[in-house]
Design a protein around this ligand. Structure first.
Ligand SMILES: C[S@@+](CC[C@H](N)C(=O)[O-])C[C@H]1O[C@@H](n2cnc3c(N)ncnc32)[C@H](O)[C@@H]1O
Length: 255
């Protein structure tokens, strides 16, 4: 396998823009609670997990829960804090949230849940079925959010490779089921293959960002890729093209 540029190169401005963001809602959290705002007992009791804070920051920055956001898939849903944030942020909007997780979980109120492995085609079929209405019309997705992560081994390379497989599965879902103009957020784990994922995102989305929320521990290799505005590829790009090597993908970007 070709060796790919390191993540430090990935952070150069010609690639994804990389920002740390001080969110207004998080500032409010700081004011409400003393001590570590992300690890506070009261806050922890309110959200199903600390992962909520990362999504709050992402939404503050990229406004993913906007008025066009109705059909949402939450990949790696358990224990459900991201769905909880989505419900909170979408308020009275008309929305449907489907959580998907390889493990058993309890759906968040007002949300739906299926147990399934996102790397399996059968799970993608279940998602499509769920969003097919009584007349057999498939309702495309407006937002795919993925906080999926393999069980960490503590060995960064293995964790990165495991995460890449999950990200690729998320991208396949975006290719097949995300509407034109739709958005995607996914957790990525730094490593040599990130360059390839970045290139695929560039083919699929008009704007892409790499974002490290403040609530994500600085020593952690995680960050989030945000793809805004799924492109209308008009059948010029096939799924197999998207999963070609880096050189082929760069050619696609020029089309
Ligand atoms: C960091 S947790 C997600 C936390 C969640 N976003 C929240 O807010 O509560 C990662 C999740 O990814 C799930 N996961 C890992 N591999 C998966 C796969 N192949 N398919 C579906 N879910 C997967 C794990 O079971 C785990 O629940």
């Amino acid at each position: 396998m070709k060796s790919l540029p390191t993540f430090t190169m990935f952070l150069k401005p010609t690639h994804f823009s990389f920002t740390r963001h001080k969110s207004s809602s998080l500032k409010k959290h700081f004011q409400k609670v003393k001590g570590d705002p992300f690890n506070n007992k009261k806050r922890g009791e309110f959200y199903r997990s600390r992962a909520a804070f990362k999504l709050l920051e992402i939404d503050d920055k990229f406004h993913i829960f906007n008025k066009h956001c109705h059909n949402i898939v939450d990949l790696g849903f358990a224990p459900g804090a991201w769905s909880q944030v989505a419900v909170e942020r979408l308020g009275k909007n008309d929305f449907t949230i489907l959580g998907v997780d390889i493990n058993q979980a309890t759906p968040y109120k007002g949300c739906h849940y299926i147990q399934g492995d996102v790397t399996k085609i059968s799970t993608h079929s279940k998602i499509r079925e769920f969003f097919t209405d009584e007349d057999g019309l498939i309702q495309p997705l407006d937002l795919i959010m993925s906080d999926m992560m393999v069980n960490c081994t503590g060995h960064d390379h293995y964790d990165h490779v495991g995460n890449m497989e999950l990200c690729n599965a998320g991208l396949i879902l975006a290719f097949n089921q995300l509407r034109v103009g739709g958005n995607m957020v996914m957790k990525v784990w730094q490593g040599s293959e990130l360059k390839l994922l970045e290139a695929r995102m560039k083919v699929l989305f008009t704007k892409q960002y790499a974002f490290k929320p403040q609530s994500s521990r600085s020593e952690s290799s995680e960050l989030y890729f945000v793809g805004l505005g799924r492109r209308d590829l008009q059948y010029k790009v096939l799924l197999s093209d998207l999963f070609g090597d880096l050189e082929d993908i760069h050619k696609l970007q020029k089309q």
